[in-house]
Write a protein that binds this ligand. Structure first.
Ligand code: SF4
Length: 456
């Protein structure tokens, strides 16, 4: 199912669609306030882009520096070329140590690798400990947002989910009560875990350490209690020096939720006493993107989610309609980079309004990338025949001004008197959800001419 069909299902619930739209716009407004609160915002964006561009031009050097420094601190470093290798490394680390219970903090990379189902098939009990992630895990759903995984759900939905799985009071959907119940439930999981897995927000080449940002402290608790800490890191997460971190942490939380800083910005630079720390550096298609002039900027993403919150399509169609691990504008470029055919509708889930590029803290040219991917879809012959034909005819007519004038004249005469059943037949895709505007008597060209001749 492509994005339009999946989106149609989401918007069928009009009330939910408007509520989703409003909830995300609220986050977008918080971001605006936070961004406008510091005068050097644009300077920070400019520097962040410079740092990322520099890192990507020397990624091999920085990754090797990171590995060397991490090893010196007693951290084990593994390299995974794809999702399969990543998952196998995690499983092997767990099985070799007899670990059966894993607590996991938020990691979009492990979602991308489909780690949870793989581990569960192999007898590992995996518990997502981020509250939103735990809610969607219990419901057997994918996260619908990269920062707010359960944003598609109302508190009543969470109430019924907890009622079923955590045996909370029937009909009680008070957020404080539900959060406290989740806390009690998760605390037991933390205390009984054999191992923890975290994502990585930033890997610092200079120190060989990693930084994980959360608002719940769940990554810290997991990694501090269990003796085995595994961190999954995409190759693009590297920054050169510790001083660069300040640029990104200031941008990340403000862009994500409008906070000046995430509640926990945790540095992991060594295993816990008597324990082990392993970092898995994962490629999984990233070096292919790095080799593409048009799309390599997408690797600069720090997963703040701001482009999702501002996108008029994402807000109204929901994250699940994208059918790719990462939804929204950034997902619509990363998805086709991974598999153009499977994600061919995503570059069209865009109005080209450029709001995503305007809010992106790293100034990624998202709307240009989406526009470029549309051309790739057409060139690969993947555009739906109906759409392709309509666009070809439209392009041909527009290339012939006299034909366009003639067509316009006929349409202005015929369309207003056409029966509704014909005008809004299934051939009129545009008119499926909208009313055609009232046709004016004259075209703009005619009005302009009359005006110039002084008739109007
Ligand atoms: S593309 Fe930019 S705005 Fe979107 S998630 Fe990544 S960093 Fe944030």
């Amino acid at each position: 199912m492509g994005h339009p069909e999946a989106a149609e299902k989401f918007i069928a619930n009009d009330e939910r669609m408007h509520w989703h739209d409003k909830a995300l716009w609220f986050v977008r407004e918080k971001r605006d306030l936070a961004a406008h609160g510091i005068p050097e915002w644009e300077e920070l964006r400019r520097v962040a882009k410079q740092i990322k561009t520099h890192v990507m031009s020397k990624l091999d050097v920085y990754l090797e520096e990171f590995e060397e420094n991490a090893k010196e601190k007693g951290i084990h470093v593994h390299w995974a070329k794809d999702a399969k290798e990543h998952n196998e490394i995690v499983l092997k680390l767990l099985l070799n140590r007899g670990a059966k219970k894993l607590v996991k903090s938020k990691s979009m990379l492990t979602e991308e690798c489909h780690l949870n189902p793989y581990l569960e098939e192999n007898g590992i009990d995996v518990v997502d400990t981020d509250l939103g992630e735990r809610i969607v895990q219990l419901r057997e759903e994918a996260p619908s947002h990269i920062v707010l995984p359960a944003i598609h759900l109302k508190k009543e939905d969470v109430g019924t989910t907890f009622e079923h799985f955590l045996k909370t009071e029937k009909g009680n959907s008070d957020p404080t009560y539900l959060t406290r119940s989740a806390r009690v439930h998760l605390r037991k999981k933390f205390l009984n875990a054999d191992a923890s897995l975290t994502g990585v927000n930033f890997g610092i080449a200079e120190t060989g350490g990693i930084v994980v940002c959360t608002n719940e402290g769940n990554a810290d608790l997991g990694a501090s209690l269990a003796k085995l800490h595994i961190a999954s890191m995409g190759i693009e997460k590297i920054i050169p020096k510790i001083k660069d971190l300040a640029v990104f942490t200031r941008l990340l939380s403000r862009s994500a939720t409008g906070q000046p800083i995430t509640s926990y910005t945790s540095h992991f630079h060594a295993p816990v006493e008597g324990g082990e720390m392993h970092i898995i550096i994962v490629d999984n298609g990233r070096s292919k993107i790095l080799g593409s002039q048009d799309f390599k900027q997408s690797l600069n993403c720090i997963r703040c989610g701001a482009c999702l919150n501002t996108c008029p399509i994402y807000r109204r169609s929901g994250g699940h309609s994208y059918g790719y691990t990462i939804p929204g504008p950034i997902g619509s470029t990363l998805g086709p980079s991974k598999d153009l055919s499977a994600n061919k509708t995503l570059p069209f889930a865009c109005t080209l309004c450029a709001s995503c590029s305007n809010v992106c803290p790293i100034k990624i040219d998202l709307h240009h990338q989406l526009y470029k991917y549309r051309q790739h879809v057409v060139n690969a012959g993947l555009l739906a025949t109906k759409k392709h034909t309509i666009l070809k005819v439209a392009a041909w007519v527009m290339k012939h001004p006299s034909l366009l004038d003639f067509g316009g004249k006929i349409a202005r005469k015929i369309v207003p008197i056409m029966p509704r059943s014909i005008l809004y037949s299934s051939a009129n895709i545009w008119g499926k959800k909208r009313e055609l505007p009232k046709f004016p008597k004259n075209s703009f060209k005619e009005l302009y001419k009359q005006h110039k001749e002084g008739k109007k």
